[in-house]
Design a protein around this ligand. Structure first.
Ligand code: ZN
Length: 163
């Protein structure tokens, strides 16, 4: 049975830490599988499109990204362990972001349009994938969580200044 976990809120120390890598002995463990299931349940319950383990008080490099493929009615929640951005485009696009840890605040953030990512599955299989646009944005937002960074620290203030 999966559980809905408490979500850390902006200002809490856990959200400012650099999370530790998942080690080999943790891969394919019931601890990791249950954590991933609970994170997914929490993300769906809170209507998120992504979640990172530090948001549920686990300082480990695990993220879940909800990908919606064209023609697919269902959201595919992909668990990524120890994600590593291998390449990212210099060209960025602005887009609106929100965060389960920063309620009632949304803002424009510039993100690379394309990223190439390497991550492990829950079973420890290495995967490389390229993401564009919104999925690339979600991955970058979640990887930031693993490095103790919130989107509000990256909001494009020039937009406000130019008004
Ligand atoms: Zn977030």
């Amino acid at each position: 049975m999966s559980a809905i976990l408490a979500v850390a809120q902006r200002g809490e120390v856990i959200l400012t830490l650099k999370a530790a890598s998942v080690v080999e002995s943790e891969l394919n463990s019931s601890w990791l599988n249950e954590l991933a299931e609970d994170m997914q349940t929490t993300m769906i319950e809170r209507n998120g499109v992504g979640i990172a383990a530090p948001q549920v008080y686990v300082s480990k490099r695990i993220i879940i990204v909800a990908l919606r493929y064209p023609d697919a009615p269902e959201i595919d929640a992909v668990v990524m362990v120890n994600p590593e951005i291998l390449e990212q485009s210099e060209s960025t696009i602005l887009g609106e972001e929100g965060c389960l840890s920063v309620p009632n605040e949304r803002g424009q953030v510039a993100r690379s349009e394309m990223i190439k990512l390497r991550y492990l599955t829950l079973q420890g299989e290495s995967v490389e994938a390229v993401f564009h646009g919104f999925p690339a944005r979600i991955v970058q937002h979640e990887v930031d969580h693993l490095n103790g960074v919130l989107f509000v620290e990256k909001m494009d203030l020039s937009l406000i200044e130019s008004l």
